[in-house]
Design a protein around this ligand. Structure first.
Ligand SMILES: [Zn+2]
Length: 288
């Protein structure tokens, strides 16, 4: 069994503030160790469930957060950026399951460190007219590969968001959000054992057959395996939308909003190109 782990940082055990998850934050170095241990718990769970290959993608901010010398040596690590597929770089159809560790809810929700891909620049994303964040886009893309999103850890709001996309996703909340920068924490040892057990259970009870595809945009005529999706992004800056309008197939619906249609996983790759453009245009490094 091949298992793919995407590791974000805002939803890691014990972390609640930008100081915990962004270099050179006061507690960032400690946060890196905590992130590595949450991933190690997931790797243990995967191997306990029968995994024979585990690939970890560091998916947060600089994408150089996980500490390779502290990472379970059974896991392979993708480190650094930029990567064309960003948070799911290296995911291919031959994996049996995707596991998300340390995830957070989308921009506009009252979750710990909630946002969508960039700190302030992205106000909203819609996938087929449905509000969407990092979890929803990842789920749609993994599904297009035929690989189920089997399990997700993060704060309680990230877990709820995941099960809204697919109730079959196993979740483990490592903290209960009190506000965007405050949470009631699960004790660290309990949290790691909860992550390990959740991943083990999710991977030993994987559904058989292809992952259910999210519904395509109304009015489209999708083929059986590659539905056409509509992706709409509302930016804080009109400048970003103006630049993106030059991309073939991308249209502005107002000064700050662009929309396009396409198949996954191409749409996910195109969205990562949006992020590169937005970063260059706004000269603000993406928060995430
Ligand atoms: Zn992140």
């Amino acid at each position: 069994m091949k298992v793919y782990i995407s590791a974000d940082m805002e939803g890691i055990t014990g972390l609640v503030d930008a100081e915990d998850v962004q270099p050179p934050g006061r507690d960032y170095e400690r946060g890196r160790a905590l992130m590595t241990e949450d991933v190690n718990a997931a790797v243990r769970g995967a191997y306990a469930a029968g995994a024979t290959y585990v690939l970890v993608n560091d998916a947060h901010g600089p994408m150089r957060n996980l500490l390779p010398d502290l990472l379970d040596p059974r896991a392979l690590l993708i480190k650094g950026r930029p990567k064309p597929m960003g948070m799911i770089e290296g995911l291919t159809p031959d994996f049996d399951a995707v596991v998300c560790i340390g995830f957070h809810s989308r921009a506009g929700t009252l979750g710990v460190l909630s946002h969508s891909f960039m700190g302030h620049e992205i106000e909203d994303i819609w996938l087929d007219d449905r509000p969407c964040g990092e979890i929803g886009l990842l789920h749609a893309t993994a599904t297009s590969y035929g690989v189920p999103l089997a399990a997700l850890t993060g704060d309680n709001t990230a877990c709820i968001e995941a099960t809204q996309w697919d109730p079959a996703i196993h979740t483990y909340p490592v903290k209960q959000a009190k506000d965007r920068f405050a949470a009631q924490l699960v004790p660290v040892a309990d949290s790691r054992s909860g992550i390990e057990q959740t991943i083990r259970t999710a991977l030993t009870t994987l559904p058989t057959g292809p992952a259910p595809a999210p519904a395509a945009a109304e009015g489209n005529h999708p083929g059986p395996s590659k539905p056409v999706h509509q992706l709409t992004v509302r930016w804080q800056s009109a400048s970003v939308a103006s630049h993106l309008e030059a991309v073939p197939g991308v249209h502005k619906t107002d000064d700050r909003t662009v929309t396009t249609e396409g198949e996954m996983p191409h749409l996910y790759r195109l969205f990562n190109l949006y992020l590169r453009v937005a970063t260059a245009v706004t000269s603000n490094p993406p928060y995430c």
